[in-house]
Design a protein around this ligand. Structure first.
Ligand code: ADP
Ligand code: MG
Length: 187
């Protein structure tokens, strides 16, 4: 599905150039479950942002299903990002003024799904993740684990080919973090 070849990312800070990732080549097949590990500052987030087309590499090629996505316009990149990827973040990034249900419905409205179908699909996803009793809760009324499961439901809303999760268990106690990892592995 994805092939990265000799990916580089460096930041030009005027006096110095910081190399964030260097010489990364990897292949991701459909159904793979892949973990990127390394100390703080080693370039994990940079690599994930490149994989999720949130950022472009300074050099190297990125093939998604045989298309070199680095050659696409910002608009086409955004379209591909919305269609193919779901994102999960360490800090959950839910909209605080929206209920769990509305948070999960939101990405589907960008994809042009009807209100009825959005609500139906969001209910199903939340129920699958054990949150049937939390649909109308605001994020502040949920535990960290529940917020992250809501974020997983949201990431799944547009049926992505790939889920990218940057330290998804970083803000959770160990047992809840393990629960989240098991959920992701099952998915
Ligand atoms: P990790 O996620 O593994 O902690 P990052 O990908 O966040 O690592 O960072 C890798 C390196 O790139 C670090 O040295 C960091 O300081 C640097 N870096 C990341 N983003 C920027 C940026 N926008 N500008 C300058 N340097 C950056
Ligand atoms: Mg990081």
């Amino acid at each position: 599905m994805i092939k990265l070849d000799s990916i580089e990312k460096s930041y030009d800070l005027g006096q110095v150039t910081v190399s964030a990732v260097s010489g990364i080549s990897l292949t991701i097949e459909r159904g793979d479950f892949l973990a990127v590990t390394g100390p703080s500052g080693s370039g994990k987030s940079t690599l994930l942002n490149i994989l999720g087309i949130l950022d472009n590499p300074s050099a190297g090629t990125y093939y998604l299903e045989d298309y070199d996505i680095t050659l696409l316009s910002d608009k086409d990149q955004a379209r591909i990002r919305n269609k193919h990827f779901g994102f999960i973040f360490q800090s959950f990034n839910l909209f605080s003024e929206l209920s769990a249900l509305e948070n999960v419905m939101l990405p589907m409205s960008y994809a042009g799904v009807s209100f009825k179908e959005r609500r139906e699909r969001a209910r199903e996803l939340l129920a699958d993740l054990g949150l049937e009793d939390r649909m109308f809760h605001l994020p502040s009324m949920m535990s960290g684990g529940e917020q992250q499961r809501t974020a997983i439901a949201r990431a799944l809303a547009n049926q992505p080919d790939l889920i990218l999760a940057d330290e998804p268990t970083g803000n959770l106690p160990t047992d809840k973090g393990e629960e989240i990892l098991r959920t992701l592995e099952t998915l």
